[in-house]
Ligand binder design. Structure first.
Ligand SMILES: Nc1ncnc2c1ncn2[C@@H]1O[C@H](COP(=O)(O)OP(=O)(O)OP(=O)(O)O)[C@@H](O)[C@H]1O
Ligand SMILES: O=C(O)C1=C[C@@H](O)[C@@H](O)[C@H](O)C1
Ligand SMILES: [Mg+2]
Length: 186
């Protein structure tokens, strides 16, 4: 598979809690790729958690940092990149995501809610109605996520390993004629 991808990076997009970080790590292992999580890079670079950044600098400042990090990451090949759930919001980010193959992990709201109900590290979910908030964020973002190259529906009870395997199986379907360059064709 890694020879089929020939270094093209994978970018995982999707809602918070979709499993981008969890599944992304597994995919990186399977592909022999490096793993980068844009949220982690931002936290390391600033010395602050995502929660602190939202509280102290605001969402707009966080989004700018996110774009800056993505721009730098997109200069590299051989990576699996777990992005933040809101990476799709800025048009400029798409020019960076398009450096690689974009995979949307599409997880039903109810499943997202179950996964994140006890989690306090997603500032946008610190809302009196977190379920409703997830629903409205997904409604707003669905047309953006759907611009991914690969749409992976995730079902209840599937393990991260099973999901990673399904992504691996689906990749050849979106690679354009992998031998054409070698043969000088198009
Ligand atoms: N297939 C799965 N089955 C059960 N739990 C899962 C699965 N995938 C991820 N999780 C759990 O759901 C939570 C969220 O997963 P993860 O952090 O990978 O999501 P994310 O898409 O990276 O979210 P964010 O956009 O907020 O960074 C974690 O606690 C993780 O262990
Ligand atoms: O969906 C979102 O907007 C976010 C998801 C997380 O990955 C973090 O990037 C942050 O909590 C914002
Ligand atoms: Mg993550």
């Amino acid at each position: 598979m890694s020879s089929l991808l020939r270094g093209v990076s994978l970018y995982l997009i999707g809602m918070m809690g979709a499993g981008k970080t969890t599944v992304g790590r597994l995919l990186a292992q399977q592909l022999g790729y490096g793993f980068v999580d844009t949220d982690d890079v931002i936290a390391q670079a600033t010395g602050r958690s995502i929660t602190q950044l939202f509280a102290e600098e605001g969402e707009a400042a966080f989004r700018q940092l996110e774009s800056d990090v993505l721009a730098q990451v997109s200069a590299h090949i051989n990576l699996t990149v777990a992005t933040g759930g809101g990476i799709v919001l800025r048009r400029e980010n798409w020019s960076y995501l398009r450096h690689g193959l974009i995979v949307w992990l599409d997880v039903p709201v109810e499943l997202l809610y179950n996964r994140l109900a006890e989690d306090t590290t997603r500032p946008l979910l610190q809302d009196p109605d977190p379920r409703g908030k997830l629903r409205s964020l997904l409604e707003q973002r669905q047309p953006l996520y759907s611009q991914a190259d690969l749409h992976i529906m995730v079902y209840e009870g599937e393990t991260p390993e099973q999901i990673a395997n399904r992504v691996m199986e689906a990749i050849p379907s979106v690679l354009k004629n992998p031998t054409s360059h070698q043969n000088g064709g198009n």
